[in-house]
Design a binder for this molecule. Structure first.
Ligand SMILES: [Ca+2]
Length: 366
């Protein structure tokens, strides 16, 4: 998940006395207390260029352990240009020569920053919208790409920030120095089973791949969606976007197969220009709330499905919402067409978009 909230990341600072191998989350980078005033332009770059920055001193900005980055934060000044400010975490390793680094993308998505000055927090998620980390090896350091060289992302403080023009995502480049301290921070957790899920906050089982609890481990079932009435992000494709557009909620076919709806629910395609939260609720009339028995004359509207999901960045994808178990049971017995109303709301940092659709569910003819 990529969250733009001001909510702090789960920051656990390792006591200095502990060895680096201690299984605890570690914060690397800046404490973000400085004021953003230094940009690539301060170092001599032209405005309107893209640039990539890191801290030239590795102390504090390099990973003390091999693991995964579970979240990162950047403090930046106000964006004055017309572009939507964007940043993307980069992971750099020493290229041998002084101020020379090889870089790789730490995330496929470009992360969008708020236009106001402040701290933005981000995290990552897997294809099923579950929190997941980004691998980083011991000794690699964090860096950041910004789409505007004039965006201040460093403080006038002791130290040297390195910068290169452009989006450095592969190969080795030599960075130019500018005095300052990069206002970038990441939280790193161990990942002993190398499954990409941080062992402390994201991984339920360290002996098997994936975030789920180990087989046989008791789980209370909370959050388990098997009972129905739940939603999953069925697919998600991150996109880099240059111009903000309000979210689009694609119109579904006006008719659908009742059996399909009972078995599989509804799949709603969405497109977002920013991180967005999607809520879909399905209601029906003519279905009794208490008994979930079909009643021909009931005018009451009953919610038969509701679910939420989140896109971690700009992109397209689908949210699948399944009917509650009671509704599925009732609808299995229905032999005539019924109508369902789907109301989908997509909210991002700028706009909220809602679409209401009525779909006729066609019963099988016998
Ligand atoms: Ca793990």
């Amino acid at each position: 998940m990529l969250s733009r909230s001001t909510r702090a990341l789960p920051v656990v600072i390792v006591a200095l006395a502990l060895p680096a191998s201690a299984t605890a989350a570690t914060v690397v980078g800046s404490d973000l207390s400085g004021t953003p005033s230094v940009s690539c332009v301060t170092g001599g770059a032209n405005a309107f260029n893209e640039c990539t920055l890191t801290q030239l001193e590795s102390t504090g900005y390099a990973a003390p352990l091999t693991g995964v980055i579970t979240g990162w934060r950047i403090k930046h000044g106000a964006e004055l240009g017309a572009t939507i400010p964007a940043a993307e975490l980069r992971i750099l390793s020493s290229g041998g020569a002084a101020r020379t680094f090889a870089a790789r993308r730490a995330a496929a998505q470009v992360s969008l920053l708020s236009e106001r000055a402040g701290v933005d927090s981000f995290a990552f998620s897997d294809d099923f919208n579950r929190p997941r980390g980004m691998p980083i090896a011991q000794g690699e350091r964090i860096g950041v790409y910004v789409n505007d060289a004039a965006l201040p992302v460093a403080a006038a403080a002791a130290g040297e920030v390195g910068f290169v023009l452009g989006s450095h995502a592969g190969g080795a480049l030599t960075y130019g120095p500018v005095a300052g301290s990069l206002l970038l921070q990441a939280v790193i957790e161990p990942d002993v089973d190398r499954d990409g899920y941080g062992d402390e906050s994201q991984d339920g089982c360290l002996t098997g791949a994936g975030p789920a609890a180990c087989p046989g481990a008791g789980d209370g079932g909370s959050g388990d969606s098997r009972g129905g009435g739940a939603a999953t992000i069925e697919e998600f494709h991150a996109e880099s976007i240059a111009v903000y557009r309000a979210a689009t909620i694609k119109r579904l076919p006006r008719r659908a197969n009742l059996y399909d709806a009972v078995m599989r629910g509804f799949s709603q395609p969405i497109r977002c220009s920013l991180t967005c939260r999607i809520t879909t609720a399905a209601t029906m009339r003519g279905i009794s709330a208490s008994l979930y028995a079909m009643m021909t004359r009931s005018a009451r509207s009953v919610e038969v499905a509701k679910g939420t999901g989140r896109f971690p960045s700009a992109g397209t994808g689908k949210l699948r919402v399944k009917l509650r178990a009671k509704a599925r049971k009732a609808l299995r017995r229905v032999r005539h067409d019924v109508k369902v109303t789907l109301r989908t709301t997509v909210k991002d940092a700028r706009r909220t978009v809602t679409r209401t659709q009525t779909i006729t569910l066609k019963a099988a003819r016998r």
